[in-house]
Design a protein around this ligand. Structure first.
Ligand code: PFF
Length: 468
């Protein structure tokens, strides 16, 4: 066990887990979910769901990890139920799949950082939108650049993971997360001074209750689940490096809150910037990658050369920081498996796994316009490129993974064992209100919502059937 490494402090664990949660999803996806879902009312709803659905799953994953000191593939077997290791296998596969495309988007952010430093604000216009449906974009500039930047990003991720838990993942998170928060506040402060900032804020926050419907609620739940890095065993892995002294329940609450808060604050930065770029007219906006990679460079460009370079590079540095703490957690899951089970030394395991994941990502890399086949051949209801296929498949599998993790805990591993693990580091847990809530949540609320959501998302992503 000593060989596996541990987090050296509670703050380090929270920084690393919050770092995993806060990622690309928070900066560009959440603000648009808020706008589409009805503004401020949606934020409140999102917060409620994050605590009702996601927080109990997070507690469960960390408890399984800490109890077993194992990676997700071996954890279930170590509790006495080897057949359930399949959950961990699917989760680890999901991690490989997510990192394979996430690394490419992170590479774009890195590339944009360099372009901003060089004052090339026109890069946004080169990042054109292909006319093949939602989610299809290509970095028309230069495929070679995308290859180079994505290799650099994978190298940075591998470097951190190669240094181990306390010396790599924890140390990086303790620097990157506070920097990210400071940068975010600086950016919000600056963005709010721009012309049309108030139009952006109004667009973001004024509640429109009429826009809350089943589909926006479903969207909120999915987004919250992905945003909190749940369903594939990331937190089983991080939990396996956590000391028995720590209070899992309060740590999970803090991580959940940090993720939601940072997502919300990111909106206070993003919308004033977009409003500035569109002179206050926010009627026809592109969301997703288009927002970050097309719209915003123009905004930085129109701030004037000096300030544009500063603000633009600051912005993409912030995105790269957010992405790095997430890619690190994604890589750690398969690495932990190779280190624990195949007894390969950490550094060697890291380079091996990272290399394989990079190769898995090549179809996604080529699927943004460079290769006709990988851009158009994967016909799904809402997209046809490989990157979207990988994203939608992993999104769906995460919900299934979450469903099985809570069901396993409540009905196979049993609640008394779950409670006993949580009581370590939390005096008085057994009789607390939160204990009652968690037990009801993992037995009824979470399996029901996750099972339902899995079916809804499966049908909509792969069969074009929209139940809600
Ligand atoms: N939570 C990250 C984000 O919102 O960008 C993405 C992610 C990281 C998902 C790690 C899953 C995971 F295991």
């Amino acid at each position: 066990m000593a060989l596996r490494g541990t987090f050296s402090s509670r703050a380090g664990f929270i920084a690393a887990a919050a770092g995993s949660a806060v990622g690309l999803g928070n900066i560009w996806k959440f603000p648009f979910e808020v706008e589409r879902g009805g503004g401020a009312a949606f934020v409140v709803m999102y917060l409620v769901f994050a605590f009702l659905l996601c927080f109990p799953v997070m507690v469960t994953e960390i408890a399984i990890g800490r109890k077993t000191n194992k990676n997700p593939v071996a954890a279930f077997g170590s509790l006495g139920f080897p057949k359930w290791n399949l959950i961990g296998k699917v989760g680890t596969f999901c991690g490989v799949l997510i990192l394979s495309y996430y690394n490419i988007v992170a590479g774009w952010a890195l590339g944009y950082l360099i372009e901003m430093l060089m004052g090339n604000f026109d890069i946004g216009n080169q990042f054109s939108q292909a006319q093949v449906g939602a989610g299809e974009y290509y970095y028309a500039g230069d495929i070679l650049k995308v290859v180079v930047y994505s290799i650099i990003f994978m190298w940075m991720t591998s470097y951190v993971v190669g240094k181990g838990i306390s010396g790599g993942i924890e140390k990086a998170a303790k620097v990157l997360m506070p920097s990210l928060i400071i940068m975010l506040f600086c950016m919000v402060g600056y963005a709010l001074t721009l012309p049309y900032a108030m139009d952006g804020l109004k667009y973001y926050l004024i509640p429109e209750f009429g826009e809350i419907n089943a589909s926006s609620i479903g969207g909120a739940l999915r987004q919250a689940f992905f945003s909190l890095s749940l369903g594939m065993g990331t937190l089983i892995t991080y939990g396996s490096y956590l000391s028995k002294k720590e209070n899992i329940v309060s740590a999970s609450a803090l991580i959940t809150l940090a993720d939601v808060a940072i997502a919300f604050i990111a909106g206070l930065m993003v919308f004033p910037l977009i409003a500035f770029n569109n002179s206050g007219d926010l009627t026809n906006l592109v969301s997703g990658p288009g927002l970050l990679f097309v719209n915003l460079p123009n905004a930085f460009g129109s701030m004037g050369p000096g300030i544009g370079v500063a603000v633009g590079s600051f912005f993409f540095l912030l995105i790269a920081f957010a992405a790095l703490t997430s890619t690190v957690s994604l890589l750690e899951v398969p690495v932990a498996y190779v280190v624990d089970e195949l007894k390969v030394k950490r550094k060697k395991a890291v380079w091996l796994v990272a290399g394989v994941i990079y190769l898995v990502g090549i179809p996604s890399l080529l699927g943004n316009g460079a290769s006709e086949f990988f851009t158009y051949a994967f016909k799904l209801p809402a997209s046809s490129d490989f990157l979207s296929l990988a994203a939608q498949l992993s999104d769906t599998l995460l919900l299934l993974g979450g469903f099985f993790i809570v069901t396993f805990t409540a009905y196979v591993w049993k609640r008394e064992n779950f409670n006993a693990e949580l009581a370590q580091g939390f005096d008085g847990f057994e009789n607390s209100l939160v204990s009652k809530f968690l037990n009801i949540a993992i037995s009824y609320i979470c399996p029901f919502l996750l099972g339902l959501l899995f079916i809804v998302v499966l049908l909509s992503n792969f069969f074009g059937i929209n139940l809600i």
